[in-house]
Design a binder for this molecule. Structure first.
Ligand code: MTE
Ligand code: HPA
Ligand code: MOS
Length: 750
C-alpha cells in the first residue's frame, strides 16, 4: 500500500501550517532575539520600533500572565530573556505587527545594550568549570578490573561527532486563534501537541482545557519539533490571548537555523580491552555532551547514550559515564537517534582503532562480539529474539561480505589514483521512550452511520507514514477497504495527554490504541451480525466489507451492518488506551527492562576515494534490516533510505560551527552542506530480514524511524579504510564529519 499522502503531496495539495487560510485581522509575529551569546543587565530600547506604523505591540517577559518558563524536564529556560542572555538567537521579545514585513522593519529599530560576559562554546571548558545541566550519570556492568585482567590488547582513544541541523522542509511555525472566554485554538507544526498545550497553559496561567492544539501534518520534524516547536506556539498564543486577535508566525530558514538547537555534539574518551581471541573484555567510556544553553531534552538524550553505549555487542564489563555540559549556544535537542548514534560512533571508533593496532580487520572484532540470545545489556535487560548474527549472516549470503572485501583489496592493489574502502555497521536499537511513563497512547474511533470511519490518535504525521499505518491497522481489524477510513488531525481536545510522536514509537503506541478501540467496536458489530444471522458471534467474520457466517459470505455488507447497529442504538464510537507492557527502569540502580524490543540490522558500505583531489563517492550501501513483519515495506524502506542519507550527511559533510563569540557560521543553506542527489550512494539495496517480528510491535511490524540512521556510520569508516589503502601512515582521529577537505588532508603520507 502506498503512503496515503503521496497523491496530495505530489499535487501540492497537502495542508501544512502556512496553507491554513488566514482569518481576517490576522497579525504576524517576529522574534526579537539576542545578538550576543552571553550577557547580563540587558537593556533594550523599543521606542522607535513601537512607533512604526503597523506595529501593534512588542511583548516581553513582563507581559507573561503565568510563569516565564518553558523547560520541560528541568525548569531552566525562560520563554523571553529577562536580564541575562545565554546564546545568540535567544528570544527576548515578540514583535506583533500587521504584516511580517512591518515586523522585520521594526526589528531593525530596536536598540540593544548589555554587559557582555565570556561566551563558552567548548563543552570541555564547560566541564572544567563544572557547568553541568545535571549531575553525570553512569551505567555499569561487571567489573572493569576483571576485564582488564583478561585483556591482551588495551586500546585508549578519543572520538568526536558534531552537531546537525534538522533541516525539516517546513520551518517552525504556529497560528493561534482566540476563542470565547479566553480560550484558544492553536495550530502548530509540532511533534508534541500536548507539550505545546501544557507549556502554553503555564505561560498564560490558564488551564489546559482552554487550549486546543491541532496538528494536521508536519513537513518533517526529525526530533527538532519534539520540544522546540513549543516556544513559537507559546509566543503567538500569548499575543492572541492578550490582543484577542489571530496571530501567526513562521520562522524564516535563517532564523530557524540561528535560533533552534541541533543534534548534540559529543566527544568520547574510551578504553577498550580485548582478549587474544578478540573478545571484548571491557569498555570504559566517558562522554561529554554539548547541551547548549539550557537543558531542553538533554537529560533524556544523555540516557539514550547510556543505553546504547555497548552498540550491537555483548561486553561483559562496562562503565559508561555521560557529562551534560552547558555552553552558550542554542539548546541542543532531539534528533533522530536521540544520543544513540553518538554512542555507536565512539564504540565503532574504538573497535576500528583496536583493529588497526592489532593489525586485523575491524569486522573480525565486530562479528566475534555481536550480541547473542540471553546476553545482558549494561542496563540489565536480557537480550531476546536477537537478530545481530542472523542479519550479519544474511548480509553475507546476499551481499557476499568476504568477496567484497577481497574485491576492494584487489582493486587497491591495482590502482593508486583511486582507492576503495569498505566497512560494516551492525545495528541494535532499543524501542520505547527511555522514560517509561511516556509509553502510552490513546485513539478515538468513530464509525459514522454511513459506514465510514474516522480515527483520531496522538500520532503526528511528519512524513514517516504513521497515518497510513493507522489506516492499515483499522482495515486489518475491521476487514473493510482503506478508503472507508479517514485519519483526522491530531487534536488535544479529541485525544488528550499524548506523548510526542518520537522515539520511533508513534506507530507502535498509537497503532495499538487504534487496534484496541477497533477490536472493541468489532466485538459489538459481530454481536449485531450474530443477531441478524441467528448464529453465535464467534462464527462471524468481516472480510473485504462483507459479513461472513461460518466462513461463508453473506449478503450483508459493512454499510448494512453499521446501519442496523445504528438503528439498534449500538455504541459506534470507542476509545482505545494502550500502554507498553513489561517495561520498567529503576534509576536508583540504573537497571531494568526499559525497551519493549530491539531492532537489528547489518549494513555494508563501500566508497571510492580520489587520492588526488581527496573527494570520494559512495559506491553502495547494502542493508539487511530487521523490520519484523513489516506492514508496509514501501514506507519502511523509505524510512531506511532517508535515515541512511541523513546519517551519511551527519558524518561526511554537515558541519555546525560557531565562532569564538558563539555565532553560528553555517547559518544558511549556502554555508551548510547537506547531501544532495550527487552525494548519495550510487546504489542502495535494502533487504528485509525474515523474522517472526515482535509481539509488542504493531501487527509485528517493528519500529523503523530512527534505528537506520546508524547505518550512516559505515560510510565514515569506509572512507577511513580507503585513506589507509593509500596512506599506510594514516592514523584516524575519529572526528566527524569526514568532509572531502578532511579526507584530502589525510592523504599526505606523513
Ligand atoms: N521521517 C520523515 N519523513 N520525517 C520525519 O520528520 N522523523 C524521524 C522518523 N522518520 C521523521 C521521519 C524521527 S526522529 C522519529 S522519532 C520517527 O520518524 C517518528 O515517527 P514514528 O514514531 O511514527 O516512527
Ligand atoms: N526517544 C526520543 N524522544 C524522547 C525520548 C526517547 O527515548 N524520551 C523523551 N523523548
Ligand atoms: Mo525522534 S528524535 O525521537 O523525534
Amino acid at each position: 500500500m502506498k503512503n496515503i499522502d503521496s497523491k496530495s503531496h505530489l499535487r501540492g495539495e497537502s495542508i501544512y501550517l502556512d496553507d491554513i487560510p488566514e482569518l481576517q485581522g490576522t497579525l504576524f509575529g517576529l522574534v526579537y532575539n539576542s545578538p550576543i551569546a552571553h550577557a547580563k543587565n540587558i537593556k533594550i530600547n523599543y521606542k522607535k520600533a513601537k512607533e512604526l506604523s503597523g506595529v501593534i505591540k512588542i511583548l516581553t517577559y513582563k507581559d507573561i500572565p503565568g510563569k516565564n518558563q518553558i523547560g520541560a524536564i528541568i525548569p531552566d529556560e525562560p520563554l523571553f530573556a529577562e536580564s541575562e542572555v545565554h546564546f545568540i538567537g535567544q528570544p527576548i521579545a515578540l514583535i506583533v505587527a500587521e504584516s511580517e514585513r512591518i515586523a522585520r522593519n521594526a526589528k531593525k529599530l530596536i536598540e540593544f545594550s548589555a554587559d557582555e560576559l565570556t561566551a563558552i562554546t567548548d563543552p570541555k571548558i564547560a566541564k572544567k568549570n563544572k557547568s553541568f545541566i545535571l549531575p553525570p550519570r553512569t551505567f555499569k556492568l561487571g567489573k572493569i578490573e576483571k576485564g582488564k585482567e583478561k585483556s591482551e590488547y588495551i586500546i585508549k582513544g578519543t572520538s568526536e561527532t558534531g552537531g546537525q541541523e534538522h533541516l525539516y522542509l517546513e520551518t517552525q511555525g504556529s497560528y493561534a486563534v482566540p476563542k470565547e472566554n479566553g480560550a484558544l485554538t492553536l495550530y502548530s507544526s509540532t511533534q508534541g501537541a500536548t507539550s505545546v498545550q501544557k507549556i502554553t497553559s503555564q505561560i498564560l496561567g490558564i488551564s489546559m482545557n482552554q487550549i486546543e492544539v491541532d496538528v494536521n501534518r508536519l513537513g518533517g520534524g526529525f526530533g527538532g519539533k519534539e520540544d522546540q516547536a513549543t516556544p513559537w506556539a507559546v509566543m503567538v498564543s500569548l499575543a492572541a490571548f492578550l490582543l484577542k486577535k489571530p496571530v501567526k508566525m513562521i520562522l524564516s530558514r535563517h532564523d530557524d537555523m540561528r535560533m533552534t538547537g541541533k543534534r548534540h555534539p559529543y566527544s568520547a574518551e574510551y578504553t577498550l580491552g580485548l582478549s587474544k581471541d578478540l573478545k571484548i573484555q571491557f569498555y570504559e567510556v566517558e562522554f561529554i555532551q554539548d547541551a547548549g544553553a539550557s537543558s531542553d531534552l538533554s537529560p533524556a538524550i544523555m540516557e539514550r547514550t547510556l543505553f546504547h553505549a555497548a552498540g550491537s555487542y555483548f561486553i561483559p564489563n562496562t562503565k559508561i559515564k555521560v557529562f551534560s555540559c552547558r555552553t552558550n549556544t542554542p539548546p541542543n535537542t532531539a534528533f533522530r537517534g536521540f544520543g544513540a548514534p553518538q554512542a555507536f560512533f565512539a564504540l565503532e571508533s574504538a573497535i576500528q582503532q583496536a583493529a588497526d593496532e592489532i593489525g586485523i580487520n575491524a569486522y573480525e572484532i565486530q562479528y566475534t562480539n555481536l550480541l547473542q540470545e540471553n546476553d545482558e545489556f549494561p542496563y540489565g535487560q536480557i537480550a531476546t529474539q536477537v537478530e545481530a548474527k542472523h542479519s550479519w549472516k544474511v548480509a553475507n549470503k546476499f551481499f557476499s561480505i568476504k568477496k567484497q572485501f577481497e574485491k576492494v583489496r584487489k582493486f587497491n592493489n591495482e590502482n593508486t589514483k583511486l582507492k576503495k574502502g569498505i566497512a560494516i555497521t551492525p545495528l541494535c536499537f532499543g524501542i520505547s521512550f527511555t522514560n517509561t511513563m511516556m509509553n502510552h497512547a490513546r485513539a478515538l474511533v468513530h464509525i459514522y452511520q454511513d459506514g465510514s470511519v474516522g480515527i483520531s490518535t496522538g500520532a503526528i504525521e511528519m512524513g514517516q507514514g504513521v497515518n497510513t499505518k493507522m489506516k492499515q491497522v483499522a482495515t486489518h481489524i475491521f476487514g473493510i477497504s482503506i478508503d472507508k477510513i479517514k485519519i483526522e488531525t491530531t487534536n488535544t481536545t479529541r485525544v488528550a495527554n499524548t506523548s510526542p510522536t518520537a522515539a520511533s514509537s508513534g506507530a507502535d503506541l498509537n497503532g495499538n490504541a487504534v487496534k484496541i478501540a477497533c477490536t472493541d467496536l468489532l466485538k459489538r458489530l459481530k454481536q449485531t451480525a450474530s443477531e441478524i444471522l441467528e448464529v453465535k458471534s464467534n462464527k462471524i467474520k468481516i472480510i473485504d466489507g462483507f459479513v461472513y457466517k461460518n466462513n461463508i459470505k453473506t449478503e450483508i455488507t459493512w454499510n448494512k451492518l453499521i446501519n442496523t447497529a445504528f438503528i439498534n442504538k449500538v455504541k459506534l464510537s470507542e476509545k482505545g488506551h494502550y500502554l507498553t507492557p513489561e517495561i520498567w527502569f529503576d534509576k536508583t540502580k540504573e537497571k531494568g527492562h526499559p525497551f519493549a524490543y530491539h531492532v537489528y540490522g547489518t549494513a555494508i558500505s563501500t566508497v571510492t576515494l580520489d587520492t588526488i583531489r581527496g573527494i570520494y563517492d559512495i559506491d553502495s550501501v547494502e542493508i539487511v534490516h530487521d523490520f519484523g513483519q513489516s506492514m508496509n515495506l514501501l514506507i519502511d524502506k523509505g524510512q531506511i533510505e532517508g535515515a541512511l542519507i541523513q546519517g551519511i550527511g551527519w558524518l561526511t559533510m554537515e558541519e555546525i560551527r560557531f565562532d569564538k563569540g558563539g555565532r553560528l557560521l553555517a547559518n544558511s543553506l549556502s554555508s551548510y552542506k547537506v547531501p544532495d542527489i550527487n552525494s548519495v550512494p550510487k546504489y542502495v539495496k535494502v533487504k528485509a530480514l525474515k523474522t517472526k517480528g515482535h509481539k509488542h510491535a504493531i501487527l509485528k511490524s517493528k519500529a523503523v524511524g530512527e534505528p537506520p540512521f546508524i547505518y550512516g556510520l559505515g560510510v565514515y569508516f569506509a572512507v577511513l579504510d580507503a585513506i589507509k589503502a593509500y596512506n599506510p601512515n594514516f592514523k584516524p582521529d575519529f572526528v566527524a564529519p569526514m568532509t572531502h577537505e578532511k579526507a584530502f588532508m589525510s592523504l599526505s603520507r606523513k
